[in-house]
Design a protein around this ligand. Structure first.
Ligand SMILES: CNc1ncnc2c1ncn2[C@@H]1O[C@H](COP(=O)(O)O)[C@@H](O)[C@H]1O
Ligand SMILES: [Zn+2]
Length: 348
């Protein structure tokens, strides 16, 4: 049953900036995929972490392997991307930056180029169907695949940035944070930046990445994913915090993801508290709404109840996210106008 509070958070216009496509697949879509591929012998419980459950981050990466088995054709990718976009729209997201890793032909039977084209086609179809949401795409580098693949991915992203009518706006660096070192990926990331791709990098998601974060912050990235272990209280450093603050790099913060993946002990210990009280730009995001069984409206509600945010503060937080997006200026302006026109309906 939806309470008045639930309604406020769902109706609140929101910006989602950190959503991995294959981690965002809902239970309903997953059930559909599972029933279409019985030979894989996959159960629902293997693709999502339900309420009250937790896994190690390592176990989360095992979940992605299972999901990737289920989503491995052009038809699947198109269907899943359209469903995910529709679900974000139904949750009150007005602007979405989706990210996804083009997989090898061996996994999908598609080239990486075709993979990206398929996601762009899904975005185009949603626009044609008049869904009330603007969608942009970040091409993702899985750090596990090393520098050569990273460089190839940058070239692919650059091509699409020039040919996708503004749908592809940037690059994401993600994947198991315990694998590989950012130092090896620096040339690819530098190239991406030089050609005008925006950079959203997973940084300090686990404690052992201090040196890597120092290095990647020299780029600097345009946004940071998680940044869980940047501040001194959790083994980061003042120098890391200072760099993030001097460069004013927004943080994409995903409360449920971090609690369920056990890099943060509990909601009240989440580093949202640290950065928010500094007045640093923080954007609430879902990360993987399917895997972590959450929604963006729920993340706003959790942040508000955990950190005692008023409805006005919640509004300011969702509006501030517009400025942290990679949308072009004219779209940011339109979104601000949209927020202004929706405000009287939300605060009745
Ligand atoms: C939980 N924290 C996380 N940390 C790092 N990378 C993550 C992640 N969650 C998801 N991914 C990245 O996104 C991929 C799945 O979506 P796509 O196939 O790209 O759409 C994962 O394989 C991983 O590379
Ligand atoms: Zn992520």
């Amino acid at each position: 049953m939806e309470t008045p509070a639930d309604l406020f958070y769902r109706q609140l216009p929101k910006v989602e900036l950190h959503a991995h496509l294959n981690g965002s697949v809902s239970v309903a879509t997953m059930e559909n995929l599972i029933s279409r591929k019985p030979h894989l012998n996959i159960q629902q419980s293997m693709t999502a972490i339900h309420k009250g459950q937790r896994r190690t981050l390592d176990e989360c990466f095992q979940v992605f392997k299972v999901i990737h088995q289920l989503i491995d054709t052009e038809e699947d990718i198109l269907m899943v991307a359209k469903a995910v976009i529709g679900e974000f729209a139904a949750d009150g997201v007005k602007y979405l930056e989706l990210r996804s890793t083009p997989r090898d032909e061996a996994h999908t039977g598609l080239t990486k180029r075709k993979y990206v084209e398929t996601v762009i086609e899904a975005i185009r179809q949603c626009k044609q169907e008049d869904l009330d949401i603007e969608v942009r795409f970040l091409v993702a580098i899985d750090r596990r695949n090393g520098p050569e693949v990273a460089m190839e991915t940058v070239k692919l992203a650059e091509d699409f940035m020039l040919s996708s009518d503004g749908v592809v706006v940037g690059l994401d660096l993600s994947g198991d944070p315990t694998v590989g070192h950012g130092r090896d990926l620096l040339p690819a990331l530098q190239k991406a930046k030089n050609c005008g791709l925006k950079l959203a990098l997973h940084l300090s998601e686990v404690p052992s990445q201090k040196e890597e974060s120092e290095l990647l912050l020299t780029l600097p990235p345009d946004r940071i994913g998680h940044g869980t272990f940047l501040h001194p209280e959790v083994g980061g450093s003042k120098s890391l915090v200072d760099k993030v603050r001097e460069r004013n790099v927004p943080l994409e913060l995903c409360l449920t993801s971090n609690v369920k993946g056990q890099t943060v002990a509990s909601y009240d210990k989440h580093h949202f508290g640290y950065w928010y009280q500094l007045g640093h730009p923080c954007v609430l995001c879902t990360d993987d709404k399917g895997v972590f069984s959450t929604e963006l409206s729920q993340e706003y509600q959790l942040a508000a109840s955990t950190f005692g945010l008023s409805q006005e503060a919640v509004w300011a937080l969702s509006q501030q996210a517009i400025g942290c997006s990679f949308a072009p200026d004219h779209l940011k302006e339109q979104l601000h106008q949209r927020w202004a026109s929706l405000r009287p309906h939300i605060f009745q």
